[in-house]
Write a protein that binds this ligand. Structure first.
Ligand SMILES: Nc1nc2c([nH]c(=O)n2[C@@H]2O[C@H](COP(=O)(O)OP(=O)(O)OP(=O)(O)O)[C@@H](O)[C@H]2O)c(=O)[nH]1
Length: 137
C-alpha cells in the first residue's frame, strides 16, 4: 500500500520591509533544494503556530518579528509528503539584518519580482493571496 507522510503544520513568515519581502533559498541537499521559500518550519507538539513562527525565525535568521496577520492556511500534497502551510505577514521587531544561518541565500524582493523565483508548490496559493492583497486599495 502506498503510504504518504503527513508532516503536519508548517509555519512561515512573509517578512515585509517597505515594499519588499524576504525570501530564502533552501540548501541544495535538502528536499525541495534550491527552491525559494519563506523562512519557517514545523510546529512542534504543544506549540502554538505563532510561538513556532517566533522560534523558527529566531533560529534561522536571528530575528524577532511582530505579526501583522495570518493568511489562509493551505493543505498541499507533494508526491512523497503532505503538509499544512500556515503563513503570517510580519515585520522585523528590531533594526538588525536577518542572518542566513540555515539557507543558501536571502533576498529582499518586491511582489512584482516573485514570479522570477521558483517557490515550492505549497506556496503558490500563498503568493497569490499576498499579491492580490497588495493590489487591492
Ligand atoms: N519554511 C518553509 N517550509 C516550506 C515552505 N513551503 C514548503 O513546502 N515547505 C516545506 O515545509 C517543510 C518545512 O519544514 P522544515 O523547514 O522544518 O524542514 P526541513 O526539511 O527544512 O528540515 P528538517 O526536517 O531537517 O528540520 C519542508 O519540507 C519544506 O520543504 C515555505 O515557504 N517555508
Amino acid at each position: 500500500m502506498l503510504s504518504l507522510l503527513h508532516i503536519g503544520r508548517v509555519v512561515c513568515g512573509l517578512i515585509e520591509r517597505g515594499e519588499r519581502l524576504l525570501i530564502a533559498r533552501r540548501p541544495a541537499g535538502k528536499n525541495l533544494g534550491l527552491k525559494w521559500e519563506f523562512p519557517g518550519g514545523k510546529v512542534e507538539p504543544g506549540e502554538s503556530d505563532e510561538d513556532a513562527l517566533h522560534r523558527e525565525l529566531e533560529e534561522e535568521l536571528g530575528v524577532r518579528v511582530n505579526i501583522i496577520e495570518r493568511l489562509t492556511p493551505c493543505f498541499h500534497r507533494y508526491p512523497d509528503f503532505s503538509l499544512e502551510l500556515i503563513s503570517f505577514r510580519c515585520v522585523l521587531a528590531d533594526t538588525g539584518e536577518p542572518l542566513s544561518r540555515e539557507h543558501e541565500e536571502l533576498k529582499w524582493i518586491t511582489p512584482d519580482e516573485m514570479s522570477q523565483y521558483e517557490f515550492p508548490e505549497a506556496d503558490l496559493p500563498v503568493l497569490e493571496e499576498y499579491r492580490t492583497q497588495q493590489r487591492s486599495p
